[in-house]
Write a protein that binds this ligand. Structure first.
Ligand code: FES
Ligand code: MG
Length: 594
C-alpha cells in the first residue's frame, strides 16, 4: 500500500516538473539506465535513500551490505523506491591518523548528498563509532524524514571459557605483555578471540553507546539497537525499518520532531545507566548543534552524574553484546529509569509513538546483565565535568573507577575525592610510546601522567590515547593505573578513569600547553577542579614565552582534509564540529519547491 503523502514530495522537483521538461527528462533518463521505469519515477512514490556505510574497508558496518536487501524489501512493500549510495567509510580501527578526523568529512559529504539528490527520506545505516554521529548529524542538518538502522554488535568473544570483549581485551593484553605473561603471538590470538563474527565492538564502547543513544534519542525502532549483527532478528528489523521510513514520509516525521532537547537529556541519562563512552558527550554536542538544540557540557553532570550504572557490560562490568540484547536492551533500561521519573516520556520517536509508550512496563529478562534501579552496579555513575587553570572543560567517567584506583587516590580521610602529584607530560602518543618504559623519565606511583597535542587540531581528529598504561616496572609492582589527564580522547572500550577531552587543547593554547614535567597538579572531584599549582603570574609568563616562540607546536598536516579541518574545527566540549556549519539548519525546507 502506498501511503498518501501530506505534502508534495521533494523528489518531484527532479522527476515530475512540467515547468522544466528539459531537466526532468535528463533526470529521468539516467535513473532509468539501470532498469527503473519512467512510470515508477513519476508514480509519486517516495524515493528513499539508503545511506550505506558498509564496505570491505569498514568491517564493523560491512553487514549492512546484506541488511540493505531486507531494507529494500521493506521499502518496496510499503510503497517506496530505494536508492542506495555509499557514505565515506570510517573504520575506527583502520583509519590513520584517526577515525575522528573523518566524522566531519562524512557528515559534510552526506549533507551534500541528502540535499542535492532526489531523496524524500533516508535510512541511516549506523554502527562503528563515528558512523553513527556522522549520519545523524547530516540528517539533522538536512532534516528530511530519517530513521537509523544499527548493524548490531558482534557475537560475544570467548577465550579459555571467559568472555573477551572488543578493545577491552587489548588493554588487558597490553598489561599481560608488559608483565611478560604472553608473547606477541599470544597477544594477537587473545585480541582476535574478541571478534568472532560480523558486527561492531561487542563491549559498551563508543559503538554500542552511540547505537543505544540513537535509540534513546528516538531515531531507531524500539528494541533494535542491541540486536547482534548475525541474529535473524537483525534481518527482521531491517525489513521493519524499511517499511517504517515510507510511512514516515507520509507523516512528515522529521529529525526535528524527534531530537528535541528533552530527547538529548534522555540520552544523557541513558548514557550513565549503560556506562556509556566518553566519546558520547562530543558526538551529542555536535548533533545538538546541527539540530539547533541547546546542550551544554555541564548538562552531562547536572542530568547524568547521579544516575546509577545498571548495565553490566565491559569495560565497566562483565558481560557483552549478546547478553545485553537478551536482557532487554535499551527499552529495559529506559523502563527502569522511567519508573524513577528520570525520562521525558513524551518525546516522539521514529515509530510514531513516544518513548514512554514504547518502553513503559518493559521487563528486564536477566538481572545479572541489566540491574533493577534499586540494585545498581554503582551509584552516581555518570560523568563529572572538571575545569580549572589547565582547561575550561574535561570529563571523567566515574563508572570505571576501580577499587584499586579509589583506594589509592580518592580515599584520603582528610581530603576525600581529591589528590595531588607531580606531572609527567607527554607531547602526543609517539612521545609517550618512546619514553613510557624509560626509567629516567622517573614515573612513580605518585605521578599524574599528561597527554597533550592529542586534540582535534593537534592530532587531527583527536587521538584515543589518554588512557596510558603505567610503565612496565610499575605494573610488575602491582600498580595498574595512574591518573591520566589529556586533551585527547580515549576508546569507549577502555576502563581507565582518565580526565579527558580537555578543551581547549594545547594546540589551541589551552592551559595544557603551559604545564611542565615536575609541576604539581591538584584534582578535586568534589569541587570539579583540575589545577596546576603554580601562580597566575608564572602561568602568564609561560604563555608569553610560548606565544613568542610561535605557540604550541604540533606535526604538519599530511593531507588536504587534515589542513582544512584543522583550520575550522572547534573544541571537543562543543562537539568538535566544523565551526560555521551549524548555521545551515533544516535545509531541505529551503529547496524552493514549485
Ligand atoms: Fe568499529 Fe569498535 S572498531 S565499533
Ligand atoms: Mg574508538
Amino acid at each position: 500500500m502506498t501511503a498518501t503523502p501530506t505534502k508534495k514530495l521533494r523528489s518531484r522537483a527532479w522527476f515530475d516538473n512540467p515547468e522544466n521538461i528539459d531537466m526532468t527528462a535528463l533526470y529521468i533518463e539516467r535513473y532509468m539506465n539501470f532498469g527503473l521505469s519512467q512510470a515508477e519515477l513519476q508514480s509519486g512514490k517516495p524515493i528513499i535513500g539508503i545511506a550505506q556505510t558498509g564496505s570491505d574497508l569498514s568491517p564493523c558496518n560491512r553487514h549492512h551490505l546484506v541488511l540493505a536487501e531486507r531494507l529494500r524489501e521493506g521499502i518496496r512493500e510499503a510503497g517506496g523506491i530505494a536508492l542506495e549510495f555509499p557514505v565515506h567509510p570510517i573504520q575506527e580501527t583502520g583509519k590513520r591518523p584517526t577515525a575522528g578526523l573523518d566524522r566531519n568529512l562524512a557528515y559534510m559529504a552526506l549533507v551534500e548528498v541528502l540535499y542535492g539528490y532526489p531523496l524524500d527520506a533516508v535510512v541511516l545505516t549506523i554502527g562503528c563509532d563515528k558512523t553513527t554521529p556522522a549520519c545523524l548529524m547530516a540528517a539533522a542538518t538536512v532534516n528530511i524524514p530519517a530513521i537509523a538502522l544499527s548493524v548490531g554488535p558482534m557475537l560475544n568473544g570467548w577465550h579459555k571459557g571467559e568472555r573477551t570483549g572488543s578493545g577491552t581485551i587489548v588493554w588487558k593484553a597490553r598489561q599481560m605483555l608488559a608483565a611478560g605473561e604472553i608473547d606477541n603471538a599470544g597477544f594477537i590470538k587473545l585480541v582476535a578471540s574478541s571478534a568472532p563474527s560480523t558486527g561492531y565492538c561487542n563491549t559498551m564502547g563508543t559503538a554500542t553507546t552511540m547505537n543505544s543513544l540513537a535509540e534513546a534519542l528516538g531515531m531507531q525502532l524500539p528494541g533494535s539497537a542491541a540486536i547482534p549483527a548475525p541474529y535473524r532478528d537483525r534481518q527482521e528489523v531491517a525489513y521493519e525499518t524499511g517499511k517504517r521510513i515510507v510511512e514516515m514520509v507520509a507523516e512528515d516525521l522529521k529529525p526535528s520532531d524527534v531530537m528535541t532537547r528533552e530527547a538529548f537529556l534522555n540520552a544523557i541519562v541513558v548514557n550513565s545507566a549503560i556506562g556509556g563512552s566518553t566519546n558520547a558527550p562530543i558526538h551529542l554536542a555536535a548533533l545538538a548543534r546541527h539540530m539547533g538544540v541547546d546542550l551544554d557540557i555541564r548538562d552531562w553532570q547536572e542530568h547524568g552524574h547521579k544516575v546509577p550504572l545498571l548495565v553490566n557490560l565491559q569495560p565497566a562490568g562483565e558481560y557483552l553484546g549478546e547478553d545485553y540484547y537478551r536482557a532487554g536492551g535499551v527499552p529495559a533500561v529506559v523502563s527502569q529509569l522511567m519508573d524513577q521519573g528520570l525520562i521525558h516520556e513524551d518525546v516522539m520517536t521514529v515509530n510514531g509513538k513516544t518513548i514512554g509508550e514504547n518502553c513503559r512496563g518493559v521487563e528486564i529478562e536477566d538481572e545479572k546483565v541489566i540491574r533493577p534501579f534499586n540494585q545498581p552496579l554503582k551509584e552516581e555513575a555518570g560523568f563529572i565535568v572538571l575545569s580549572g587553570n589547565l582547561f575550561d572543560a574535561a570529563i571523567m567517567k566515574t563508572s570505571v573507577i576501580s577499587e584499586e584506583f579509589r583506594e589509592r587516590y580518592l580515599s584520603n580521610p582528610s581530603d576525600p575525592n581529591a589528590f595531588e602529584g607531580p606531572a609527567v607530560v607527554f607531547d602526543g602518543p609517539e612521545d609517550y610510546h618512546h619514553r613510557i618504559d624509560d626509567p629516567s623519565v622517573n614515573i612513580t606511583a605518585e605521578t599524574l601522567m599528561f597527554m597533550r597535542g592529542a586534540g582535534p587540531i593537534g592530532y587531527p581528529g583527536a587521538a584515543e590515547v589518554v588512557n596510558m598504561r603505567p610503565p612496565a616496572y610499575l605494573i610488575r609492582e602491582g600498580i595498574h593505573a595512574l591518573p591520566c589527564i589529556g586533551d585527547g580522547r580515549q576508546s569507549g572500550t577502555s576502563g581507565s578513569p582518565s580526565i579527558l577531552n580537555a578543551s581547549p587543547e594545547a594546540a589551541a593554547m589551552g592551559g595544557l600547553a603551559l604545564i611542565q614535567t615536575g609541576d604539581r597538579v591538584r584534582i578535586d572531584l568534589n569541587k570539579g577542579t583540575a589545577d596546576v599549582l603554580i601562580s597566575d603570574e608564572e602561568l602568564a609568563e609561560r604563555r608569553r614565552k610560548l606565544e613568542a616562540a610561535g605557540g604550541y607546536s604540533y606535526p604538519a598536516s599530511q593531507t588536504p582534509w587534515q589542513e582544512i579541518q584543522r583550520s575550522v574545527v572547534g573544541q571537543m566540549n562543543t562537539g568538535a564540529i566544523l565551526e560555521g556549519a551549524e548555521k545551515y539548519q533544516r535545509i531541505a525546507q529551503t529547496m524552493g519547491l514549485p
